[in-house]
Design a protein around this ligand. Sequence first.
Ligand SMILES: O=C(O)[C@@H](O)C(=O)CO
Ligand SMILES: [Mg+2]
Length: 261
Amino acid sequence: MPRFSANISMLYPELPFMERFAAAAADGFKAVEYVGAYDQDPAALKALLDEHALTQALFNMPAGNWAAGERGIACHPDRIPEFRQGIGRAVEYAKATGCDQVNCLAGIAPQGYDRTALELVLIDNLRYAAPRFADAGIKLLLEPINTRDIPGFLVNSTSDYERIASAVKHDNLYLQYDFYHMQVVQGDLIPTFLALQPRIAHVQIADNPGRNEPGTGEINYPNIFRALDEAGYTGWVGAEYKPKAGTSQGLSWFNDWKVSP
Ligand SMILES: O=C(O)[C@@H](O)C(=O)CO
Ligand SMILES: [Mg+2]
């Protein structure tokens, strides 16, 4: 039975962020994840997790100025000290919330640079970060993202991940397999998941087109959930989608699968 995590950066948009923990628990989620909450007191985050018996499944490393459109700084040649300082911040929040995995967003390719050069910056940063997260008992993940949702994002496919991981040469660099992004970029979802499962630490779901809840598009999520079970996947499944019309009202896909209390 898949274990679902509510991505409260996208779910419950009608609520203030800190009220989304209660809403997710009330709907039966056992974990939450989010892009990042570095503007919040980590103790307050931990208190909410404890109050609602939630696990912190994942969050991202500091990813630059999100409101200004930045989606990661790991590939930016002029942001290397900032990226590396972000490791300590991510470890601080992971320790405080009991989270054992953190995603690295590669970033949008800055203008005027060769993509190969940017990938070398990313590789160097990941070589620096992976052992430091490992020392803290935290898995470091890398998520390929489609360029329709984030134009210019540097890492887009599983082959990008495999090329980068083979250059980083550290076993603490895992794949964050977002079924939505992978459907947009390359398809072949279940065979690709199975082929890369040993390196996949976290998966996320949304339907396509529209990035709404499962059952609104072309992806056969009941088959995917069965495949995850048959493959013995024990990680979290992050519900990371734009609710079509109210988060709780759109959980029929989840109610068929959630573990009854
Ligand atoms: O898929 C996504 O968009 C997220 O997993 C993320 O972290 C970048 O926004
Ligand atoms: Mg994702």
